[in-house]
Design a protein around this ligand. Structure first.
Ligand code: CP
Length: 304
């Protein structure tokens, strides 16, 4: 993984995903280790973020790295019209690795082609969010004991949800049955469904969330993303499609875990937060350990 960019979840193999999760287990036990004191990590966020940016910055800081970057592109020379290419070439001169979030699909791949330092994709449009996927896999492995032989439901915006696209692709490396719950307008793209079929897994599509709750090991809720709709009326039609309430979990497996990449709007009622099945805030915490593992692996630093 040394010096490799992480743009798509498939840029790393199944064995490399396992290596990252194993490193993350070590960081969870010892989160503060000054193993990256020689390095500068740049975080370039052209789109809003709370968890991804701050957990990367926390991960880098706990490992002793210096962090530079921006979360407001309007305060940089992007505002004067500087191209993404020139921004990346410039920041690559100031840093050893670049973490980038950008609203355009494919922007992270483009950045990796012009950068002389590795690029970590922190979300590119509706395309991919591979570091979220690694923390999601880590969370599933930690709570279920394995990534194999699981029934996993994805609920909400499966069309534009980049976290869903990356996670489905990664779970195709394991024996997974996929349960896809969405309004008609927000079904999983055909290309991702084809990936499931090519890997000889089953998927089932539903519009009613209650049909899946009793049967699944993981309920992966997602936000209907207002910012991905070009027509606000289309968003209005689907925005309240799913609201998970505690009373709806009565027939669920005791081992069920409810995950969500967050932020949430109203798709998980706060009365679910106290349930032992609610896992989304711990999932976000796991992001620090997994991002420590990703930084160490790509910078080629030994993990103790
Ligand atoms: N899960 C996630 O990407 O959250 P942020 O948008 O807050 O980074």
């Amino acid at each position: 993984m040394k010096n490799k960019s992480l743009v798509s979840i498939n840029d790393f193999s199944r064995e490399e995903h396992i290596q990252i999760m194993d490193f993350a287990e070590k960081f969870e036990k010892h989160p503060t280790q000054k193993i990256l004191e020689e390095y500068v990590v740049a975080t370039l966020f052209f789109e809003p973020s709370t968890r991804t940016r701050l957990s990367f910055e926390s991960a880098a800081s706990r490992l002793g790295a210096k962090v530079i970057g921006f979360s407001e592109p309007g305060s940089t020379s992007v505002k004067k019209g500087e191209s993404l290419r020139d921004t990346i070439i410039t920041v690559a001169n100031y840093s050893d690795i670049i973490v980038m979030r950008h609203p355009l699909d494919g922007s992270a791949r483009f950045a990796s082609e012009v950068s002389r330092v590795p690029i970590i994709n922190a979300g590119d449009g509706a395309n991919q969010h591979p570091t979220q996927t690694l923390l999601d896999m880590y969370s599933i492995r930690k709570t279920q004991g394995s990534l194999d032989n699981l029934n996993i439901a994805f609920v909400g915006d499966l069309k534009y949800g980049r976290t869903v696209h990356s996670l489905v692709m990664a779970l195709c490396n394991y024996n997974t049955t996929f349960h896809l719950v969405s309004p008609d307008e927000l079904k999983l793209p055909s290309s991702v469904k084809m990936h499931i079929k090519e890997n000889n897994h089953e998927y089932h599509q539903y519009s009613d969330i209650m049909k899946v709750i009793p049967h699944v090991d993981i309920l992966y809720m997602t936000r209907i993303q207002r910012e991905r709709f070009s027509d606000p009326l289309d968003y209005e039609k689907v925005k309240n499609s799913y609201v998970l309430r505690n009373s709806m979990l009565e027939k669920s497996k005791p081992t069920l875990k409810i995950m969500h990449p967050l932020p949430r709007i109203n798709e998980i009622s706060i009365d679910v937060d106290d349930s032992p099945q609610a896992y989304y805030f711990t999932q976000a915490l796991n992001g620090v350990y997994v991002r420590q593992a990703i930084l160490a692996a790509i910078l080629g630093v030994k993990v103790n």
